[in-house]
Structure formats: C-alpha cells, structure tokens
Design a protein around this ligand. Sequence first.
Ligand SMILES: [Zn+2]
Length: 353
Amino acid sequence: MPTCKLCNKRDANKTGSHLISDFILRSMLVEGNPSRRSDRIISNRIETLGTDLFVGRDVNQEKVNELLDRDLSDEDLANNINHYTVDNLLCTVCEDRLSYLETIFKTDIYDKLDALPIQDNKIVLDSEVTCVFKLFWLSVIWRCSIANFGTFKIDNKSENRIRKIINDSLGESIEETRKLIQENCPQINSETIGVLYVKEVDDYLKNLVFCSPFLKMPYVLVINDFYIFFYSKSGHVNAMNQTMFKLDNEFKKDNYINKKNCKSIQIGVVKAEKFKESRDYIYGLKAKDLLDKAVALHNDTFNLATGTKPTGKVIGNFVDALVNEEGVNMHDRYKEDRILRKIKENIVNTIAK
Ligand SMILES: [Zn+2]
C-alpha cells in the first residue's frame, strides 16, 4: 500500500477521500438534504478528456431529463461514482485531521460569508481568521495537486512546501488544530492566495469545477462560486497577463490578492451578470481544450494505423463528425468512448475510400 501523502508515515488506507469539501460543492446539490449530501450531487465534470456525469441516486428522473434532454443510460448508471473522491492517497488519521480544518473553516468563515457586508466589490474578513482561510485553500489546492485532479498540478517545490505547512498545522482534534494554526501562522501567511467569490448562483447546471492544467502564474481553481488563485512565488503577483476569465476589469489586485503577511483576508465579489460571462468563457476554453486533445489523439491513432499522417480534409471530417452530430449535447460530445468510436469510424471510412 502506498504511504500517506500528508504525514509520509502511515499507510494510505483511506478510501473515498474528499478532494473538495462537500460544503464547497453544495451549490451542485439537487433537492438539498444536507444529511444525505453525497447521494444528491449532480455535476458537470469537464477537467479531463471527456465529460462524465455524476447523478445522485435520489435525483428524480424528471429532473435528469430536464438537465440532459434524455434519459439516463445504463452506462451513466454504471459510471455513477463520485468524481471528487479518491482512494489511497491519505491515511484515515490525516483524513480526519483535514476534516477538523474543514469544520473550522466552515463555522468560522464559510457559514458567515453571505452575511458580511460588501464594500468596494469586496468582503474583508476578521483578521483572526486569516490563517484558517489560507490554510483551508492551501489544503484544497494541495489535495487537487497530489491527486492530479483534472491534470491540475502545481510544481513539486510548492507541493512539498505546502505539505509541510499543512502537516505541521493540523492536530488530532478541532481544539488542537486551532492551536497549531495560530502557532504556524507565520508559515501559513507566507503564502499568497487570491480569491473571488460569487454570491448569487442561479443555475446549478452551469456550476463547474475547473482546475486549469495550463495556468501557472498563478495557478487557478474555479470551484462553483469560488475562484482561487495560488501564487507559488510572491513575485508572480506582478506577472503580466494574468488570466482572470473575463473578470480582469472588475478588480484591482489589492482587492482580492492576499499577500505574504497580510493583516486580513480580502475577497473580491463577482457580480452575477459578470459571472455568467466568465463562466461561459471557461466552458468555451475547456471545449477548445477537449477538442484539441481529441484531434491530437485522432492524428496519432491515424498515423499508427495507416502509416501516414492524416490530411487536413481527413482531420476536418473527424472534427465534423465529433462536433456537429445532431442531438448530442456537451455532456456526451467529448466522452472518451465516443471520441474513440469517432476516431475508429473516421479511419475506417478513410481507408475504404
Ligand atoms: Zn497520514
């Protein structure tokens, strides 16, 4: 059995580790019953090649039809696992330690967030929760990175540095964890994190978890109503051309980037109408990324099968078959088995000519 990635000591015996806390995924919940949250998640997953769907067992068929424009297939049901959990990364002790941090973040910050006043496009948190806030998001970033979630990966040096900060700051009870966070505050607060928050979310079908595999200065996670920017080096704060997914003109850096030794956390608040534009832009980015990957796979396979590179026309036929088939929605279009089938068909058709 592999060793736990957090303590580096015990066996990684935990199955079903959460990469992203349930309450952060809450706006994906359908017909919310918090006590059975894991059964009720419905989500888009667009981080990898292909889109998969996770539908909670209790979600009614009518709702599914409304979302998908079709019934659930047997294949959907067979693949019906929670994508946001992984096995054998952590030990059960460390999973519990992380859960204490989640509880502290939820009670001290998350549950109070919507009641806090917005001024100049931002929310300012109490100075005493600065390190809880940073440590929580560091833990999410770190977990997504060690799991290589949606090909998200931060550099090794930062991953190791953050592992140590998290490991040193988590105790074996909520009380001990609170104490350790305060003791380790100088290390935690040496990291730089930018945060945007979307207060009003209307349409859960459009919720998304997007771990950008290609942005590094800063790294970016978009998780439903949060945009998290992680600056692995503090100098990256001043890097040119930072991608803010069409929100560039909405914020000054001072309004959402929490630098080393900051006194309190500032969260940029995204207006609902701007969020729609930004979200659509991210979907577009991802669709392009998926198409690029599919075309690359097609070209390699074609080359292997025929010994020659595909012509522009052959590639065009593949793209046309993949993208323009009627009645196929975004969920289904980039499913891996569909892509492989379309590749095969295109090769067979080309050879037959
Ligand atoms: Zn451990």
